[in-house]
Structures are given as C-alpha cells and as structure tokens.
Design a protein around this ligand. Structure first.
Ligand code: CMP
Length: 139
C-alpha cells in the first residue's frame, strides 16, 4: 500500500456523539486507508503522557480532563504525504477558523472539544503511533 502514515484520534466529543463512522468515511473518501484502529478510554495519566509536550501550557489540565472523559478512537492512517494531507483534511485547531468541508468545520464544537487530533510531523506520527499501537503502527 502506497504512502506514509499519521496518527489520528477521534476524540471523546466526536466519538461519544456517534460521529466516528462519518469521520472515517469522510477520510476514506479522501484516500486515507485505516492501518490500525482501537477504541480506548484513557486514564488521566495516559492522556497526560500522550500530551506531555503541552505540559505547562494553560490548556493542559483541561485537555487531559477532556481526553480522559470518555472513549476515543486512535487510528493510524496511510496516504501519500499523510501528515500534511490529514492536517489539511481536518482543518484549523479552532473549528471557527477551519475551512469549509474540513472535519473540524463539520464536526467540532470548540478549540478544546475539536473532534480529532493529528500528528504534526513524521517523527511525531511515529512516536504517537507507537504510543497507542506499538510496532504495529510501523509495519
Ligand atoms: P490537538 O491536535 O489534539 O493537539 C493539542 C490540543 O490542545 C489541540 O488539538 C486542542 O484540542 C487543544 N488546545 C490547543 N489550544 C487550546 C486552547 N487555547 N484551549 C483549549 N485547548 C486547546
């Protein structure tokens, strides 16, 4: 299968309101292939570890609380230039600034409850994929 990979999360707001199927269908229609998927409910410690890079920022506690508030769905997605293509597909962090037709414009509520996460670089895609799926994210 051609392309490289990125790590996505369908966050508790979108997963809990039954939007996971629509979001995956939206991404598949744009050529993303689902390589790994699972449904998990993170503890605060797990959410805190995943977002460690944001520790110390004013929204960190709210982010950890939200990401551990209910089930979410981590995914490894594959497509040519996956990191940039996925970030374009989901739109800006704040749905009020997201372009029409993007996942966050369609499905997100706010900057904090913004439906999906996406890796910001190839290196972080590998690190984040390993976090949820171990070596299966890479093979
Ligand atoms: P995500 O792509 O998961 O990466 C970090 C997350 O922090 C981001 O999406 C937002 O959900 C959240 N975030 C970023 N900035 C803010 C903010 N100013 N207030 C609340 N949450 C934020």
């Amino acid at each position: 299968m051609a392309g490289n990979r990125t790590l996505a999360i369908i966050k508790p707001d979108a997963f809990g309101s039954g939007k996971a199927g629509k979001i995956i269908a939206h991404l598949e229609a744009q050529g993303f292939a689902v390589i790994c998927a699972r449904v998990i409910h993170m503890t605060k410690a797990e959410a805190g570890a995943f977002y460690e890079v944001h520790k110390g920022r004013p929204f960190y506690a709210e982010l950890v609380e939200f990401m551990s508030s209910g089930p979410c769905m981590p995914l490894v997605l594959q497509k040519a230039d996956a990191v940039a293509a996925y970030r374009a597909a989901i739109g800006a962090t704040d749905p009020a600034e997201a372009a029409d037709g993007t996942v966050r414009k369609l499905y997100a509520e706010s900057k904090g409850r913004n439906a999906v996460h996406g890796s910001d670089s190839d290196e972080n895609a590998r690190i984040e994929g390993m976090f949820f799926f171990g070596a299966a994210a890479l093979v």
